[in-house]
Design a protein around this ligand. Structure first.
Ligand code: BES
Ligand code: MN
Ligand code: ZN
Length: 502
């Protein structure tokens, strides 16, 4: 979808559909609504006073203008109660609007930027959120539909700034929205591809394509290299699979040479069967998306390059399948990780932390400014947080605050869990430095505690995205299936960091 912003009035805009957002408890209609109502001879007020449109979230009404306006139709989109309107509410309204426009068979639409009377946020943030919403609401994955994708798709959105103030800021915001939504779509695509296609080698190829497109440095360590470096976690998890494990490092250098990089580490398990500790078959197909962390890291590095952010970023992806082969790692086996720590594998299904241990240890050796890992790590995260919050743990207050803020902005919110030393008790092993499971309680936290042993003294945040990873239903900005939630969080974090370089 092509998105742009221009100065202009809604009542003068020629478009297939003009999208207006409206609230529930609107005493006085916003100026744009009044102007449209006047042109339509009171039609808009009729639709409201009759109760056909009350403004509840996701409610919509279509009015044909029959030549009364240059716009062919007006689509009213509900935003909910005025005092509850958030940036994400606007994003979701635009997601819903894009879907409605598509259903109408229209190819393009226009929407005025709602003013400060609707949402208390900078106009640029509103513009960015609207672009993200429209693009993500329009997202579909159709690569495997034989005969191709015949259903119509929305091609373009025009944002209208009624008062032509600071247009350059709005253009940049639209670009940020396009890039962050594009990053999310890219990550979703990777996760949507089935595991027989999106193998670790294919992920490496995807990284190579990004490196080529944006002239980034790429290093891929194959099994021999991993053995030489003693990446026991990644090697141990990959033993049961016929697919070659890959350790992928993609570097974007947009900052000064002296500036330490942000290291992003993404769990990239292209299929998690559980290994010898085999998972039950119900919903196992969803484990093709156990590579979401890695997909998001690739997407975020790509976004940083597209936006030419003045930051240095290193993306690190330990990539493998987790399969129960004849040579697979068995419960009781002991692995030696990249940093020398020994781990007793009591459950081969707790594989994410094993490969991340090597990824984090590798990152820590680079002496980065900070390390951020993203992983579909624990079922316990789903139990604790449901679908609407990402689990966050870490060792640095400022870094955690940066993610809390970026999460609010991106509409991908994080919720902190404690990493208290007491929890490490649960990871003690009788035979090795630690074991890879922590028993019944606090499964999300013990996984975080495990990871904490591999970051050294480096400021670090761990994001458990198992909760938000997969959507059972269609939502305004989320299609059924892999959500790639966390991508925009990472991109927003990098954007914010670029604005306040350290
Ligand atoms: N990839 C899973 C976690 C997961 C489960 C993500 C469901 C998304 C949806 C992870 O590798 C796993 O299997 N974790 C185990 C750990 C346990 C054995 C300590 C879990 O949570 O059951
Ligand atoms: Mn697992
Ligand atoms: Zn897993």
């Amino acid at each position: 979808m092509q998105c742009r912003v221009k100065a202009g009035e809604s009542i003068k805009e020629t478009t297939e559909a003009l999208v207006l957002v409206g609230c529930e408890d609107e005493r006085a209609l916003p100026a744009v609504h009044r102007a449209v109502d006047k042109a339509l001879g009171g039609h808009l007020r009729d639709v409201r006073s009759s109760g056909e449109f009350t403004g509840t979230p996701r409610q919509s009404v279509v009015m044909h203008t029959r030549g009364a306006l240059p716009a062919k139709r007006v689509l009213l989109m509900g935003l909910g109660k005025k005092r509850d309107v958030t940036l994400d509410g606007i994003r979701q309204a635009m997601g819903e609007a894009a879907k409605r426009v598509r259903q109408l068979g229209a190819r393009a639409f226009a929407a005025p930027l709602p003013g400060a009377d609707v949402v208390r946020a900078p106009a640029a943030d509103v513009a960015q959120a609207m672009v993200e919403g429209a693009m993500l609401g329009n997202y579909r994955f159709t690569s495997y539909r034989s005969g191709g994708d015949k259903s119509p798709t929305v091609r373009a959105m025009t944002l209208l700034a009624e008062r032509a103030t600071r247009m350059s800021g709005l253009h940049a915001a639209v670009r940020r929205g396009e890039v962050s939504a594009g990053a999310t779509a890219f990550a979703r695509d990777l996760c949507n591809h089935p595991a027989n296609v999106m193998t670790p080698s294919r992920v490496a190829r995807e990284a190579r394509a990004i490196a080529k497109d944006f002239k980034l440095k790429l290093t891929v360590l194959d099994r021999k290299d991993q053995e030489k470096r003693r990446m026991g976690g990644l090697l141990g998890v990959s033993r049961g699979s016929q697919e070659m494990p890959q350790f992928i490092i993609l570097e974007y250098a947009g900052g000064r040479k002296s500036q330490r990089p942000v290291a992003l580490v993404g769990k990239t398990v292209t299929f998690d069967s559980g290994g010898i500790s085999l998972k039950p078959s119900e919903n196992m197909e969803q484990m093709k998306a156990d590579m979401t962390g890695g997909a998001e890291v690739l997407a975020a590095v790509r976004a940083a390059a597209q936006l030419r952010l003045p930051v240095n970023v290193v993306g690190i992806l330990p990539a493998t399948e987790n399969m129960p082969g004849g040579r697979a790692t068995k419960p009781g086996d002991i692995l030696t990780m990249l940093n020398g720590a020994t781990v007793e594998v009591q459950n081969t299904d707790a594989e994410g932390r094993l490969i991340l241990a090597d990824g984090l240890a590798y990152a820590a050796r680079l002496k980065p400014a900070c390390i951020v890992d993203v992983a579909t790590l624990t079922g316990a995260c789903i139990v604790a947080l449901g679908q609407f919050a990402i689990g966050m743990m870490g060792n640095d207050g400022a870094l955690k605050a940066a993610f809390t803020n970026a999460g609010e902005q991106a509409g991908e919110r994080v919720w902190e869990m404690p990493l208290w030393e007491e929890y490490f008790e649960q990871l003690k092993s009788d035979v090795a430095d630690m074991r890879n499971i922590g028993g019944r309680g606090a499964g999300m936290i013990t996984a975080g505690m495990f990871l904490s042993r591999f970051v050294g003294e480096c400021p670090w945040v761990h994001l458990d995205i198992a909760s938000t990873d997969w959507s059972a239903s269609e939502r305004p900005c989320i299609a059924k299936g892999p959500t790639a939630a966390g991508t925009r969080l990472l991109v927003q974090f990098l954007i914010n960091r670029a604005e306040r370089p350290r």
